[in-house]
Design a protein. Structure first.
Length: 600
C-alpha cells in the first residue's frame, strides 16, 4: 500500500480550561508525535461503542495491516451515567449526553484514549472522533452525575465542570426559539431546528462567542492528543455560520499538519438551508440518502440499476459524501440495511467499497434486540464498556472479515481510476464492472452461482480473488475473464493481486505460531517493517488465540523482501521476547505466504 512519510515532531500545546466558578486554568498537554506513516486510503472503520483498548487492538492487529485510512470512535467526553432508565441500565445514548468536556467516559480515561490514538497512528490509521457539540445532557434526567464524577443541574442549566450556565443555552420564547415548549416540532423551520431542543437535550447557544470558544477548546484538546478529524453529531441543529466559526478555530493535526477532517450528521429530508447540500462548505456530510438507496436496491434485487448512480437524485456530490450502508441510528430504526440482514448487508458493504461514490465508512457496533433498541453495549455494573471480543456474538466485526479487508485492499489499489466502465448486469441481481485498467469487481446477490465472461481491463494473467484471499483465482485472456461468482458473494481482482509472473507488489503473510501463554498474556509479531511496527513494542501485529495454542494473524508485507521478525508476549506493560536470533524470511513473489512457527 502507498504511504506518506513525515518527520516526527513532539509539540507542547496550551489548553485553556474553565474551572467551576469561572476560574481559568492553564494546562500544558504534550501532543502526540506528529506523523508516523499513515495509510493512503479513504476507507474508515466506524467502531461504534468499542472501548479504547479494543480500538487500539483493532488498529494494530487488523485495520492498519488491512490498509484502512481511519477509524471512527464514539464520543470520548464525560457523559451522564444512568444506572436506571426506561430501557435498562446505561443505555447506549448516554454517550450523546455530555456533562463536561473531560476525556473520561464509559469507554476509558484520558490516558487510555491517548494511548489508543498513538497505537492507531503507529499502525498507520487516523482517528476520527464522534463530537457532541450541539447540546448537553437534557433536563429530563433524574440522575445528575457523570462517569468522571462531575455533577450538573439539568433543570437549572448548570454544568459547572465546563462551566455552562443558563445564559449559554437557548430557551423557549427567548427570541431565538419561539416554540412554546422549547422543543423542535416543525422540522422545516430553520430557526426552530437550530435554536430549540432536540429530544429534550439542552441546546447550546452556539451564536455566543463564549460558547463557541469552549467547544473549540474541547475539539483542540482532542487534536492535541492526536485526533485527525471529527464526525459531528447533530450538525443539522447548529447554524452553519456558527459551526464555520468553530471549524476556523481548529488547530492543524499533529500527524499530518493539516485541517482536521469533518463529517457532519445532517439527516436527509430538509430543504433550503436545512438541505444536506447546504452544509458542505463546512466539510463532508453523512450520506443518508445513499444508504437509503443501497437499502432499496439490495432489498429489491435490482443491482442492475446501480450503474446509474451519478445520475441518481442524490442530495450530495460524491466528493462531499461520507458514504455508509448503516450507522448506529439507522440500524435501529430499520431505515437502512443492518447486520441482521446477513449476506445482503455484507454485499452492500462490498459495493460501498467497490463503487467510487463518496468516502466509505464501514460500521461495526454491538448486537442488540429489536425489543430494546436502547440497550447498553456489553458493560460491567458501573457501565464501563467491556472489551470487544469478535466471534462471541456480542459484537459486530465485519470490518475484520476476510472479504471486507480484501475489498479495502482492492479499493486502495484502484483509487486512481475514479469512474466505472463496462458496467455489466448478467441478471438483475448479478453485476460486474471495472475501474479503468486497475481492477474489476463482481457481485452476485442471487441464490445460485453465476458464471459469465466480463471485460476486466487487466492484462492477461492469473489473479487472486481479494474476497477469498486467493482461495480462488481468475484467469484473464485478451482482457476478458470467465468468472464464477458464488451465490451471495463477490469476486474482486486488481493489478496488485496478480498471482503469476511475480506481479504481486505485496504479500498477504499469515503467521501461525504455536505459543503457550499464561493468563493475561497476548502474542504479537514485531519486525523490521512498518507493518510490524519497526520493532516498537507499543505496536506489532496482534495474533488471535481462537485456535490456541496456535496464535494466528495476518499482515500485508512488500513482495520479494527479506524480513526479520520475532514473537513477543505482552501482559500489560510486561514484554517477553522469544529467545534466539531474529527470524528471517523472504516474502517471495507469490501473493500469499504462511509462516508456521513455534515459540523459542
Amino acid at each position: 500500500m502507498n504511504r506518506r512519510l513525515r518527520v516526527a515532531v513532539t509539540r507542547v500545546s496550551t489548553v485553556v480550561l474553565m474551572a467551576a466558578g469561572g476560574a481559568t486554568a492553564i494546562v500544558l498537554t504534550q501532543q502526540a508525535d506528529a506523523a508516523v506513516r499513515l495509510n493512503d486510503s479513504d476507507v474508515t472503520a466506524n467502531l461504534w461503542s468499542w472501548n479504547w483498548r479494543s480500538v487500539a487492538a483493532a488498529c494494530t492487529g487488523q485495520l492498519g495491516p488491512a490498509g484502512y485510512g481511519a477509524v471512527q470512535v464514539a464520543p470520548p467526553q464525560e457523559s451522564v451515567s444512568l444506572p436506571t432508565s426506561p430501557v435498562g441500565a446505561h443505555p447506549w445514548w448516554e454517550v450523546y449526553q455530555p456533562v463536561s468536556y473531560r476525556i473520561d467516559s464509559r469507554l476509558g480515561n484520558r490516558e487510555q484514549f491517548a494511548g489508543m490514538v498513538q497505537s492507531c497512528h503507529d499502525a498507520g490509521v487516523r482517528v476520527y472522533v464522534d463530537a457532541v457539540v450541539n447540546h448537553t445532557a437534557g433536563s429530563n434526567n433524574t440522575h445528575t452525575s457523570g462517569y468522571a464524577g462531575s455533577t450538573f443541574d439539568p433543570k437549572g442549566f448548570g454544568y459547572p465542570a465546563v462551566p455552562y450556565t443558563t445564559a449559554d443555552f437557548h430557551h423557549a420564547g427567548d427570541g431565538t426559539c419561539n416554540d412554546e415548549d422549547g422543543q423542535i416540532d416543525s422540522w422545516n423551520d430553520r430557526a426552530e431546528v437550530q435554536n430549540c431542543e432536540l429530544s429534550g437535550l439542552s441546546d447550546l447557544k452556539t451564536e455566543s462567542g463564549a460558547v463557541r470558544g469552549k467547544i473549540t477548546g474541547y475539539l483542540n484538546d482532542l487534536v492535541g492528543l492526536g485526533v485527525d478529524g471529527f464526525r459531528v453529531d447533530a450538525a443539522k441543529h447548529i447554524a452553519q455560520a456558527d459551526f464555520a466559526a468553530i471549524v476556523a478555530g481548529l488547530n492543524t493535526t499533529t500527524a499530518e499538519g493539516k485541517a482536521p477532517y469533518i463529517a457532519q450528521e445532517v439527516t436527509a429530508g430538509g430543504t433550503g438551508t436545512l438541505a444536506p447540500s447546504a452544509f458542505t462548505a463546512n466539510g463532508d456530510v453523512l450520506g443518508f440518502s445513499y444508504a437509503d438507496a443501497l437499502h432499496n436496491h439490495f432489498t429489491d434485487g435490482t443491482l442492475n440499476e446501480l450503474g446509474g448512480i451519478p445520475g441518481w437524485s442524490l442530495d450530495l456530490p460524491s466528493a462531499k459524501t461520507a458514504a455508509m450502508v448503516a450507522n448506529h441510528d439507522t440500524e435501529r430504526d430499520k431505515s437502512t440495511l443492518r447486520y441482521q440482514d446477513g449476506v445482503t448487508y455484507t454485499l452492500a458493504n462490498y459495493f460501498l467499497l467497490a463503487y467510487p461514490q463518496g468516502k466509505p465508512f464501514l460500521y461495526d457496533g454491538f448486537t442488540f434486540s429489536d425489543d430494546n433498541t436502547g440497550q447498553s453495549p456489553p458493560a460491567d455494573a458501573t457501565g464501563m464498556v467491556s472489551d470487544t471480543v469478535c466471534g462471541t456474538g456480542a459484537w459486530q466485526c465485519l470490518t475484520q472479515s476476510t472479504g471486507i479487508k480484501g475489498l479495502v485492499a482492492w479499493r486502495n489499489t484502484v483509487k486512481a481510476a475514479t469512474t466505472v466502465a463496462d458496467f455489466t448486469a448478467t441478471a438483475k441481481n448479478v453485476i460486474g464492472f471495472r475501474r479503468g485498467t486497475l481492477g474489476w469487481a463482481g457481485i452476485n446477490a442471487s441464490g445460485s452461482a453465476s458464471t459469465a465472461t466480463y471485460p476486466t481491463g487487466l492484462t492477461d494473467g492469473v489473479y487472486c480473488d481479494r474476497v477469498t484471499d486467493c482461495a480462488t483465482t481468475v484467469t484473464v485472456t485478451g482482457g476478458k475473464a470467465p468468472v464464477t461468482i458464488p451465490a451471495g458473494s463477490a469476486v474482486a481482482i486488481d493489478v496488485n493481486s496478480r498471482k503469476d509472473s511475480g506481479a504481486c507488489t505485496t504479500v498477504a503473510v499469515q503467521f501461525d505460531a504455536e505459543v503457550t501463554t499464561a493468563w493475561g498474556e497476548n502474542v504479537f509479531v514485531l519486525g523490521d517493517q512498518s507493518a510490524l511496527s519497526n520493532w516498537s513494542t507499543s505496536g506489532g501485529v496482534a495474533l488471535s488465540s481462537a485456535s490456541y495454542p496456535v496464535w494466528k494473524g495476518a499482515v500485508s508485507l512488500p513482495a520479494n523482501t527479506t524480513v526479520q521478525y520475532k514473537y513477543v508476549k505482552k501482559n500489560g506493560t510486561t514484554i517477553s521476547w522469544e529467545s534466539g536470533e531474529n527470524r528471517t524470511v523472504n516474502t517471495g513473489s507469490a501473493c500469499t505466504l504462511t509462516l508456521t512457527d513455534t515459540w523459542r
